[in-house]
Ligand binder design. Structure first.
Ligand SMILES: C[S@@+](CC[C@H](N)C(=O)[O-])C[C@H]1O[C@@H](n2cnc3c(N)ncnc32)[C@H](O)[C@@H]1O
Length: 207
């Protein structure tokens, strides 16, 4: 975990400054996400990064707890929220497993570009289910690095890791495997789609 935080702290400012590559795909993801959110919702975002998505969605919900393992990402998020005078986001340095989160209070958990970074995806999904109210939603879009086509990238990722350019503990799952794991963690899939690239956008309701 210390290694993970170190990695993301090191690249946080650069990551935050990078423009979104596929703006149309991102906008579609935000539109589909908003369709599931209500004005008084209490939202948890895990792996929030520098807070760009939380800031964008803040006007659509009651409150967002934006969490991330990286203290540097959280610092950037706080800076941006202060600059934009957004008052309904709390930035918290935490992994989903931290005790800081009260049990099952959230209407939705957002996990964007996050689940592939967690080595034990089933345990993470069970934990996220535990943080949701019954009927609450998990909304995820995450890298697809588990398919045959992506096999070629594994040695590249291994080399990048040696040079500190890729995070450790990646989880190589296909979209179908991910859906099955989400189902096994006590969710029903309500939407599964692709928004312009190979990352599955999945919305799942806690049973
Ligand atoms: C690829 S970035 C995604 C950031 C943002 N959600 C986005 O879509 O741009 C992944 C983020 O997850 C955070 N992260 C990685 N492992 C984590 C963990 N176990 N718990 C919490 N956050 C984690 C990193 O610090 C990083 O900010």
């Amino acid at each position: 975990m210390a290694e993970t935080q170190e990695f993301w702290n090191r690249i946080a400012r650069k990551y935050a400054a990078n423009p979104i590559k596929d703006m149309a795909g991102y906008n579609l993801t935000m539109d589909r996400t908003r369709a599931y959110l209500a004005a008084d919702d209490d939202i948890l975002e895990v792996g929030c990064g520098s807070g760009a998505t939380a800031l964008l969605l803040a006007p659509n919900v009651g409150h967002i707890t934006a969490s991330d393992i990286s203290s540097e990402m959280i610092a950037i998020g706080r800076e941006k929220a202060a600059e934009a005078k957004v008052a309904n986001i709390d930035f918290v340095r935490a992994t989903p497993f931290d005790d800081a989160f009260p049990a099952a209070p959230y209407n939705a958990v957002l996990a964007f570009n996050f689940l592939h970074l967690t080595p034990d995806v089933p345990a993470t999904l069970r934990r996220l289910a535990g943080l949701l109210r019954p009927g609450g939603l998990l909304i995820s879009k995450t890298a697809n690095i588990g398919g045959m086509k992506q096999l070629v990238f594994r040695p590249v990722i291994a080399v990048m890791r040696l040079f500190g350019k890729a995070p450790s503990g990646l989880s190589y799952k296909t979209p179908k495997q991910l859906e099955a794991m989400i189902g096994a963690a006590g969710f029903e899939i309500v939407e599964s789609d692709f928004h312009g690239d190979s990352r599955p956008f999945i919305v799942a309701r806690k049973k």
